[in-house]
Design a protein around this ligand. Structure first.
Ligand SMILES: [Mn+2]
Length: 465
């Protein structure tokens, strides 16, 4: 079926339900997807029960309520249809709104899914928060205020990373949000913290792209900003958002010149940024990427409902708790990244790996891996192993890589799923970022196998050129 038919079928099934159990993932995309559907249904007078899971897997399946409610899966479900079948959940009770690789149930049970991977190129870079927004808008055209959350979810799932802006239907949603006065698109620097961090910190923390002479050197960033007159004094601490248009232009051209003078291209230096000027100044809610980090922090520290409360408009108690989670989250990730860099990784053929044991919670290991990779050899995907809280018999493997490595034929999701299945585990994710659970004891063989599979992908990839 086409996307229009699927979206309206989902909207009809949701609005006809007497009660909904909403099973969602705990990252920014999952929390915003939850919030979009939950708010749309609440407005229709339909009760919603939240069930947040960090992954849908055999140990979390029992969390799905065994009642008459319609089970709506957001940001997960497509890849776990076999588990739903095994648990005896009937297709009449299920609607899946997802963007992960779809895997049909082995015994042929057909679950209804709206999945952005099924509708062609325009939909490929659209996360679950995009799909859920289309459904919410179909339920009631007045739900356009939820577009803002959709942009947060898409940005949180890195849908804008490769091209420096959202594309296809995800960009249409951002335009929809702008047309209804919920956001403003600004061409800005491809840096983080544009609403909350002093400009010299945004610049010196930038690692994609690396700005020669500035990245990792806050004092040099201050010098540059003073020299161009953007900072009045070295103690200035204005944010990017506080610059006037002419100051922003001057900054852009100065940094671009610096890149070109060092033989770098400037294509990744700029990115479309999504600001929410209806939120309080100098808070992480002012732009999509900082908002997404706050939600990720809530989810990773087992408080997705706090993030959902913020999405639903809480700016009091829950918001303050979310701020606290964000600070904690940042310092733990920084520590984890330092731990990986100080301990060092093992090179295993085309990949690099480290086992961090139980030092850090498995929920932040993927993010820490990504951050550490930016300071390691970015041509080799990183695989980080860690223990899983409450699951003493399993290890979690998180892999991250860069777009340039994908272009050489690498697909982390494919390699991890294949290898994990061979050792009695399971994997999932995307080509650029993926994870797997494997039984303890097989980790050395597992790493060898992943390395082999990635090498085979590279061999095939180069043969295709
Ligand atoms: Mn997602």
């Amino acid at each position: 079926m086409g996307v229009v038919e699927d979206v309206s079928r989902a909207a009809d099934r949701l609005s006809e339900a007497d009660a909904v159990s909403l099973i969602s993932h705990i990252d920014a995309d999952g929390i915003t997807s939850y919030s979009i559907i939950s708010q749309a249904l609440t407005r229709e007078g339909i009760p919603v029960k939240p069930v947040f899971v960090r992954q849908l897997e055999p140990m979390t399946v029992p969390h799905i309520p065994k009642d008459d409610s319609l089970k709506v899966f957001t940001d997960l479900g497509s890849g776990q249809q076999g588990l739903l079948e095994e648990a005896g959940i009937s297709p009449e009770q299920v609607v899946i709104l997802d963007h992960h690789v779809s895997q049909p149930a082995p015994n042929g049970t057909e679950y209804f899914e709206v999945n952005s991977q099924l509708y062609g190129e325009e939909y490929h870079k659209c996360s679950a928060a995009g799909i859920t927004y289309l459904v919410a808008r179909r339920i009631n055209p007045e739900n356009t205020d939820l577009s803002k959350l959709s942009v947060v979810g898409n940005v949180g799932d890195m849908m804008a990373r490769e091209t420096g802006k959202l594309t296809g239907i995800a960009h249409w949603i951002a335009e929809d949000a702008e047309a209804h006065g919920h956001l403003k698109m600004v061409q800005g620097l491809n840096c983080y913290g544009l609403s909350t961090r002093a400009l010299h910190l945004s610049l010196s923390n930038c690692d994609d792209p690396v700005i020669p002479g500035i990245s990792g050197k806050p004092a040099k960033a201050i010098e540059l900003l003073c020299r161009t007159g953007i900072y009045d004094s070295p103690s200035d601490s204005r944010t990017f958002e506080e610059l006037s248009e002419s100051e922003a232009r001057k900054l852009a051209s100065t940094v671009a010149e610096q890149m070109i003078a060092n033989g770098e291209t400037v294509e990744r230096l700029f990115a479309e940024q999504y600001f929410f000027f209806d939120e309080a100044e100098k808070t992480p809610l002012r732009n999509a990427s900082e908002y997404a980090t706050m939600l990720n922090a809530c989810g990773r520290w087992a408080k997705p409902a706090i993030g959902a409360a913020v999405c639903a408009g809480d700016r009091g108690t829950h918001y303050r708790e979310a701020e606290h989670m964000l600070r904690h989250h940042r310092s733990m990730i920084r520590e984890l990244c330092e731990y990986i860099l100080e301990t060092g990784v093992d090179i295993k053929g085309p990949i690099q790996t480290i086992n961090i044991g139980d030092r850090y919670p498995d929920t932040i290991v993927g993010i820490g891996a990504g951050m550490a990779l930016s300071k390691l050899n970015t041509n080799k995907p990183i695989l980080v192993l860690c223990e899983v809280a409450d699951e003493p018999d399993f290890l979690k493997a998180s892999m991250r890589t860069y777009e340039k490595v994908l272009r050489r034929g690498v697909d982390l999701q494919d390699a991890l799923c294949t290898a994990a299945a061979e050792f009695g585990g399971s994997g999932g994710g995307h080509n650029i970022a993926a994870g797997a659970y494997i039984p303890k004891g097989c980790e050395d063989d597992f790493i060898r196998r992943v390395s082999e599979l990635i090498q085979a992908q590279l061999d095939t990839g180069s043969a295709d050129c």
